[in-house]
Design a protein. Structure first.
Length: 286
């Protein structure tokens, strides 16, 4: 990283580089190295430990898909748990659902929340101040393993499986999430770019198996996350949730009155159709 360019270090031998027009914040937190900077094309950009986490230009794709797919598939979620998501974008989308009565967000790094409130305010748009929201500064794995409360939807908005985010891809974390779900509840999580992050989808699929009857993935194209479509893990014991028809989804979407820029019921249904290379790999571990 130079004073004018930020090179992402997620993949050996391949990467992307962002011009840094202005650095807004750069410092080590208690858990990781945080930087927020401005880029001409992508707006404000946040990175942790050398890996781009979110940009103003395309964050809506990621946050809408990781939120509205499980919430509208469920249809009557009242309580939502978010693991991670310190930038506030996921929280912003969750509270758009008027039927949601309580949201608990567990973030390990309070500095991420505070710096994103200051430097990425368009992500949260005041969501942290919503009366339905409780913020817990804690390790996500520790929280779910000790939590006595039940949630209808759990969203794991975690970093990649290195550093502080590694524990959120382990079997114990998935076991804890299952314990925290209501009957028929839905768990979703970002699961990387399967074309580039070989093996992560298969590993997640296997680790979810002891706890959930229906496991799958859905996808969306997010330009910031280079190398093909971004995948999201899906797990529930309600196999019908993944098969909600277009008419029902459209009715729920209309009733919710949510304005979106990427998500719609057709995208929702189509996102569960996976590239054949991913289908083939998952078939080997089924």
């Amino acid at each position: 990283m130079s004073d004018k360019h930020y090179k992402e270090t997620l993949y050996p031998g391949y990467g992307q580089e962002f011009g840094m027009d202005k650095v807004l914040f750069r410092a080590p937190t208690e858990h990781q190295e945080l930087i927020i900077f401005e880029n001409e094309r992508f707006g404000r950009v946040m990175a942790l430990d050398g890996i781009i986490q979110t940009t103003e230009a395309d964050e809506f794709i990621y946050h809408e898909m990781l939120t509205h797919v499980p919430l509208l598939a469920h249809g009557s979620a009242k309580k939502v748990l978010i693991i991670g998501g310190g930038d506030g974008g996921m929280l912003r989308e969750v509270i758009k659902h008027r039927g949601v009565e309580r949201v608990v967000q567990v973030e390990i790094d309070n500095t991420v929340i505070e710096m994103c409130k200051e430097h990425l305010p368009n992500h949260s748009q005041g969501a942290f101040d919503d009366a339905r929201v409780e913020i817990v500064i804690n390790d996500g794995k520790e929280f779910v393993l000790n939590c006595q409360e039940k949630f209808d939807v759990i969203i794991s908005d975690c970093t990649d499986p290195i550093g502080p985010g590694e524990a959120l891809f382990e079997s114990d974390f998935y076991r804890g999430c299952k314990q925290c779900l209501t009957d028929g509840g839905i768990f979703v999580a970002q699961n990387g770019v399967p074309f580039m992050q070989q093996g992560e989808a298969e590993t997640t699929y296997q680790r979810l198996a002891p706890y959930f009857g229906d496991r799958h993935f859905y996808v969306a194209a997010v330009p910031t996350y280079i190398g093909g479509v971004m995948s999201f893990a899906w797990a529930t014991d309600n196999a019908e949730a993944r098969k909600v028809d277009l008419e029902t989804l459209s009715a729920r979407f209309a009733e919710a009155g949510i304005a979106t820029r990427y998500y719609n019921p057709g995208i929702h249904l189509g996102s569960f159709a996976l590239p054949q290379y991913l289908v083939d790999r998952l078939a080997k571990v089924s």
